[in-house]
Design a binder for this molecule. Structure first.
Ligand SMILES: [Zn+2]
Length: 374
């Protein structure tokens, strides 16, 4: 079956797979960001044409482009299109990808793991809603730039918060996404236990769970209780996805082990403690100063990547020839992205939106592996 265009209410077959492309110079092996657009994985000829014609913004690495149909979370980078092999030739090549994303879109064939797929679709919906809430937040002018200069010419550029607290909907959408993904994995184990035992409800029903453990010892301790009633080949899938097995996984699947570790710890905190604290992560500051004639900036030190709090100092500077009463304009020129306070991004390709996309793809891939193991 060919994938359908993901534009709502469009019934056409897709002509292209949509890729979110970006490039982060200086990050070596992590510089290239090339992932299927989880907010619009496939698009038809007509909508691709419209998407390009109505796009606003610069198509350049780390740029921000607003499209009518693709990149609905407003991620950095821009959309590119890859011809679907099924349209131009061999469909079997793209079969696995097609099935995973087809499931996200509701076009897959009936699956014994339907409950898991439903939860993945709900998770993807929360991911998109999070991105939209974040865009609304940024559009509300939540920050103001302030510059202060002492009489001796030393000064600072600040970003001041203009709102009392982050919109609670952000933490709620994130929490609901985590909950659905975690539950999707548990639903797979439950369904597998029914099929493998021939009993419904399955034996040991209350202890069934998709274990996610950071050490082999912990996994071997808990696996018999949690997945002991599941067939060996499916237990092997669960074990290969454990965080501690990351180095044994094929390189293009290692993101799954890493994503599961994050999903497990985040979902646990969300359930036991409180919602995650979502903050504004400022990075890549390249502050600019417009100084009065006859003066010059001789020192400009940026504060580094940080969460924006009530007033955040972005840079310190010294202006040669400054006298009180002069006028100065400053632009902090920072990126502002959503991030979870417990675990700030390691680098620019590790932003929250990317992490969430990878978690969703991880769970979808695991369900697919369960289907293929039958
Ligand atoms: Zn379409």
């Amino acid at each position: 079956m060919l994938p359908k265009c993901a534009v709502p209410s469009c019934e056409a077959d897709a002509a292209y797979e949509v890729i979110l492309y970006d490039f982060y110079p200086g990050l070596g092996a992590r510089a290239l960001f090339w992932e299927q657009d989880s907010t619009c994985p496939y698009i038809c000829w007509t909508h691709a044409e419209q998407n390009e014609a109505q796009a606003k913004g610069a198509r350049e690495p780390r740029g921000l482009v607003h499209y009518p149909y693709t990149n609905r979370n407003g991620a950095r980078g821009f959309s590119i299109y890859a011809a679907i092999p099924g349209v131009l030739g061999d469909i079997r090549e793209s079969r696995v990808v097609t099935d995973i994303i087809g499931a996200l879109l509701g076009v897959h064939a009936a699956s014994p793991f339907e409950v898991g797929w439903q939860r993945v679709r709900r998770a993807a919906g929360h991911h998109v809603a999070f991105g939209e809430a974040w865009s609304r937040f940024l559009a509300s002018d939540p920050y103001e730039t302030r510059v202060s200069v002492s009489p001796d010419g030393t000064g600072s550029i600040w970003i001041d918060r203009q709102y009392p607290c982050m919109p609670p909907v952000l933490a709620l959408e994130l929490g609901e996404m985590l909950y659905q993904l975690r539950s999707a994995l548990d639903a797979c184990i439950y369904q597998a236990a029914i099929m493998d035992s021939g009993l419904n409800p399955p034996p040991n029903e209350r202890n069934l769970e998709f274990p996610i453990r950071n050490s082999e010892a912990d996994f071997l301790r808990d696996a018999p209780r949690m997945i002991g009633t599941v067939a060996n080949q499916r237990q092997a899938i669960v074990e290969s996805m454990q965080p501690y097995n990351q180095t044994k996984a094929p390189p293009d699947e290692r993101f799954i082990n890493e994503s599961l570790e994050m999903l497990s710890s985040w979902a646990k905190k969300d359930r036991h403690r409180a919602l995650h604290v979502v903050g504004s992560w400022s990075s890549n500051a390249q502050p600019k100063l417009r100084t009065p004639p006859g003066t010059g900036v001789t020192r400009l030190v940026t504060a580094g990547n940080t969460f924006l709090e009530e007033d955040s100092e972005i840079a310190e500077f010294f202006i040669e020839g400054w006298t009180p009463g002069m006028h100065l304009q400053a632009n902090p020129d920072v990126w502002i992205d959503a991030a979870v306070k417990d675990l700030p991004p390691r680098d620019d390709s590790d932003l929250l939106g990317h992490r969430c996309s990878r978690m969703i793809r991880s769970v979808a891939t695991i369900i697919r592996k369960f289907e293929q193991s039958l």
